[in-house]
Design a protein around this ligand. Sequence first.
Ligand SMILES: *Cc1c(COP(=O)(O)O)cnc(C)c1O
Length: 396
Amino acid sequence: MNIPFFRPNITEDEITEVVDCLRSGWLTTGPRTKRFETEFAAYVGAKYAVALNSATAALHLALEAIGLGRGDAVLVPTMTFAATAEVVRYFDAKPILVDCREDDFNLDIADARRQAEKARAQGLRLRAILPVHYGGQAVDMAGVLALAREYGLKVIEDAAHCCPAAYRSGPDAPWVKVGAESDICCYSFYANKCITTGEGGMACTNDPVLAARMRVMSLHGISSDAWKRFTAAGNWYYEIVAPGFKYNLTDIASSIGLHQLRRADGFRRQRADVAALYQTLLQDNSALILPQAHPDRLHSWHLYEIRLRLDRLSLDRAALIEQIKAAGVGVSVHWIPLHLHPYYRETYGFQPEDYPVAAKLSREIISLPIFPGMLEEEIRQVAATLGGILDTHRRW
Ligand SMILES: *Cc1c(COP(=O)(O)O)cnc(C)c1O
């Protein structure tokens, strides 16, 4: 049996809503997107939600809304996806990369402080920090916020893996949903994210000025929404206040999102169950280090990232992935750190050892399949396939 890395979980509810949308005659941003925004804002506990066609668009608009300019600098973890840093480059600003922690792969606050000091000494105008919640386990937000206060930074969260995720400052402290304490929080509804609209994203904030700017810039810098202009109640008059972008989410996509959102908590529980069974099946394997959920984190389990103990194995990660794939199991790697990619290496002269933890982890990590609706026999087959390959390549 072939096991994909991810299988989207779509029911008749999503399908019927899409068909109803198609029959309604309103395909692009309209009433279903408004409803999706309202329900999403309520779900994550934000005052404002702007629906967009990707998380990348959300991150771009967030940086535009805080007024990022040419030559400014932004702290970005090196252990992230392309999107988190490319949006900084859109402004001809500089991503200041930060190393990650070994235990949860999230950005290391101590290194962020070192990098901030270095940037300051170079006379760079450091404007923001862009933490990523790796795999859906929240970063040390208290540390991020303290650093942001110290250096006068805006906090823009890359919460692409966090629908939902939460954290607390101790066993007796209240849970805080990701997004509650930052300036802007960006979510992804890409096909394999926690909830999906095929492609899509959301920018959430409690600041009305930032929300208004992102909304205007999401649709050509026009001062009122298209659907307000074109419905009978709307106005024909509009003003272009800035050269904006075309980042709005369609009602077809929002039709899927509305029903995915209602299932988000259930999806999370199902992914947590997959993670728990992997833990049971793989915990005795001495060639592996398994991901651990911190007790003060509500982990979304978007990713289940294992580490190989390469010192105990006679094959490397690439060879192992090849064998797992040959056995019909879809796996992936999240991620090759940014500082190892040609563009960042050549533009900023990075060496692998500039970020030693990320460089080391990047040789050891593999993401196993994890998705709601994954069958127990599929989870067992993944564990057995992986265990079998590791056993035949042990060093003793
Ligand atoms: C998927 C992802 C993004 C980009 O999301 P899109 O909706 O595809 O633009 C950004 N950051 C991280 C960490 C991601 O995993």
